[in-house]
Design a protein around this ligand. Structure first.
Ligand code: ADP
Length: 614
């Protein structure tokens, strides 16, 4: 839902600040943009002045009794001047695009990098995701603020310079005309500005509607959902949802346009009053014989031009105001503080062979927007080298516990300590180097099997094969068409392969082993494995996690036997802890849950027998 607090927010950066920001960016990334803009302004002002003076000058020459030759020379000079400035303007205009795209592109790259590198809690924060989508739209096309603003600024400066020149001219004739026009112009602008700020103030709502329809398009095209779409006949529902959110977005735009229409009508009404008064004034002066015909024509055209500059200034300011609001959204997003310390945190050396202790001290965590804690007042000390198992029902808080340990989330209350030190002080990227993890969702990057295991192009082959072997997937990799050099993913590579869920899970385990972090975290690492592979993993667990502190999440209670300690997480807290046997002896919740599972799962001893047989 819309957040009423952000709904009311004023932009953090004003119009002047945003223009200065864009000029600084162009100065750094593509100076040609500024040169072209200045050139365009000079050409446009010169052309308007030539057009303004051409008729009165010819008229004055006729009044003076100039010869046909002099008249022809005068007209030729004007024509040549106009041809020159128009050609130069057209040339500059044709060459304006490249620099502007370059400025937008560098901004876009920075925006994308921020998105990739942002602290993990942002990825789960709907408010952040909305701001991300909204600021991204400032950068998408040539028509978006980060590029279109150059036309607006060029137009505005052209209009302002011409306005000043015309103002000077008119004030010499009759200061009253200039004053009246300028006053009506100011009233129009400030009234219009109030009306136009509506869209910015409702930007969260707009972002939410956009995100909803984008999400539906994404889901309807996603290969992961393709099976469900067909089997469950989701097509009509997806279409309905798309229509619904598109309609809501159109309604939103119509509301905004209705407001802009009022602002435009106000501009038109004021322009009418302005021109009517000024023309009446000039005609009265001419009738009283206070203006020569040449001067009358000059001032008459000047008033027409003046009105055009004034309207232009209004329109430019209105557009610039909207674009500035968008640029402010972008800059606010780019300057938003990260919840973690990265480069400014204390460096953390990952010491080879060192066994780390992790402690959660009175830790609570509440997801953004949730009305209760996912974890509440958890105290847990994991000894160096300890093999800890975490079990519990779905939604109990196991994954949240792991995310807190791994530093992907920071506690809402309490602290996570590494060897007794609060991890918030460390460079978070250094901290991540401690962990070898297999999470429940995994996505291979476009590359070969070997690159995916080594997470890059530098692959230590012997180490990679050792890890593939330990993870139980070496044989399957050897059988692939190009062995470890086989590409993963058929959507990207014609010769790529799709591994089964279980093979992929093993490959991700091999990746974790290859990383060789001193803390191993396995979140349901057997979820996609067949019973034999699962049993083999249990048997190998000590080998896989030797020289490391390890945390193993499972929903299979029997699988925790090989761990030093078992935690039963329930309702966001640690309900019971001890060894598998001691918990069974206690006859509490763990024993109860184990008993239920025993009825459905084969006893692990049987599985061990099968695995030995294999
Ligand atoms: P488990 O791993 O034990 O299944 P989780 O740690 O994933 O449980 O979830 C614990 C609680 O936190 C659940 O109530 C779940 O709905 C909630 N939760 C998990 N992830 C999020 C999220 N990103 N935003 C809001 N609530 C979440």
């Amino acid at each position: 839902m819309e957040n009423p607090k952000t709904h009311q927010q004023k932009p953090a950066y004003g119009m002047a600040s945003n223009c200065a920001f864009m000029v600084r960016r162009a100065w750094r990334d593509a100076k040609s943009v500024l040169v072209v803009c200045v050139g365009l302004i000079i050409c446009a002002v010169a052309a308007s002045l030539l057009e303004l003076f051409v008729t009165p000058m010819i008229l004055a020459a006729v009044e003076r009794g100039a010869s046909p030759g002099e008249l022809a020379a005068l007209i030729a000079r004007f024509a040549l001047g106009l041809a020159l400035v128009h050609s130069l303007w057209a040339y500059l205009r044709a060459n304006t695009l490249f620099g502007r795209v370059q400025v937008r592109r560098t901004l876009s790259v920075e925006h994308n990098l921020l998105e990739c590198r942002t602290a993990y809690p942002h990825i789960e924060d709907p408010d952040y995701l909305q701001r991300l989508a909204k600021s991204g739209r400032t950068l998408s096309t040539n028509r978006d603020a980060s590029e279109a603003v150059w036309d607006t600024m060029t137009g505005l400066v052209t209009n302002l310079v011409s306005f000043a020149i015309y103002l000077l001219l008119l004030s010499r004739a009759e200061p009253g005309i200039a004053l009246l026009t300028a006053a009506l112009a100011a009233v129009g602008y400030f009234a219009g500005e109030r009306i136009r700020s509506w869209r910015y103030l409702h930007r969260e709502e707009e972002g939410r509607l956009h995100r909803m329809s984008d999400r539906i398009v994404y889901q309807s095209q996603s290969p992961e959902l393709a099976k469900d779409v067909r089997i469950f006949g989701l097509g009509p529902w997806l279409l309905q949802l798309y229509d619904k959110y598109t309609q809501l977005f159109f309604d939103f735009c119509a509301k905004a346009q209705r407001r802009y229409l009022w602002a435009d009508l106000l501009d038109v009404g004021l322009a009418l009053a302005r021109n009517g008064a000024a023309y009446g004034w000039l005609i009265a002066l001419a009738l009283r014989g206070e203006l020569s015909p040449a001067r009358f024509v000059l001032y008459f055209s000047a008033v027409g031009g003046f009105a055009q500059w004034v309207t232009g200034i209004f329109q430019n300011l209105g557009t610039l105001h909207r674009q500035s609001l968008e640029l402010s959204t972008l800059r606010e997003f780019m300057a938003a503080p990260e919840p973690f310390r990265f480069e400014d945190g204390a460096p953390l050396d990952v010491k080879p062979g060192h066994l780390y202790a992790i402690e959660l001290r009175d830790v609570s965590y509440r997801y953004p927007g949730a009305d209760h804690d996912a974890l509440s007042h958890v105290n847990l000390a994991i000894r160096p080298g300890e093999k800890l198992a975490v079990v519990g029902k779905n939604g109990a808080g196991k994954t949240t516990l792991i995310k807190l340990m791994c530093g992907l989330l920071d506690p809402t209350q309490g602290s996570v300590l590494l060897d007794g030190e609060d991890i918030r002080q460390y460079n978070r990227r250094d901290y991540y180097r401690l962990f070898s993890a297999v999470f429940q969702q995994f996505a291979p990057l476009p590359g070969t099997v070997a690159e995916n295991v080594a997470q890059g192009e530098d692959v230590e082959l012997a180490r990679m094969w050792d890890c593939l072997d330990k993870a139980g997937v070496a044989e399957a990799v050897r059988e692939l068409p190009q062995g470890e050099n086989t590409h993963l993913g058929r959507q990207l590579y014609l010769d790529g392969v799709e591994l089964s869920g279980g093979q992929m899970q093993k490959l991700m385990l091999a990746r974790a082993l290859y990383k060789n972090g001193p803390i191993v975290v396995l979140d349901e690492p057997t979820a996609a494995l067949d019973p034999i592979a699962e049993s083999k993993l249990y048997q190998k667990y000590h080998e896989l996690t030797q020289n490391s502190t390890s945390v193993y999440i499972s929903h299979r209670l029997a699988s925790t036997r090989f761990c030093d300690r078992v935690l039963l997480v329930e309702d966001g807290g640690i309900a019971e802890e001890g060894t598998h046997d001691s918990l069974l002896e206690r006859g509490g919740r763990y024993a109860y849950l184990f008993d239920i599972q025993r009825k459905y799962y084969a006893d692990s001893a049987d599985l061990k027998g099968v695995a030995d047989h294999e």
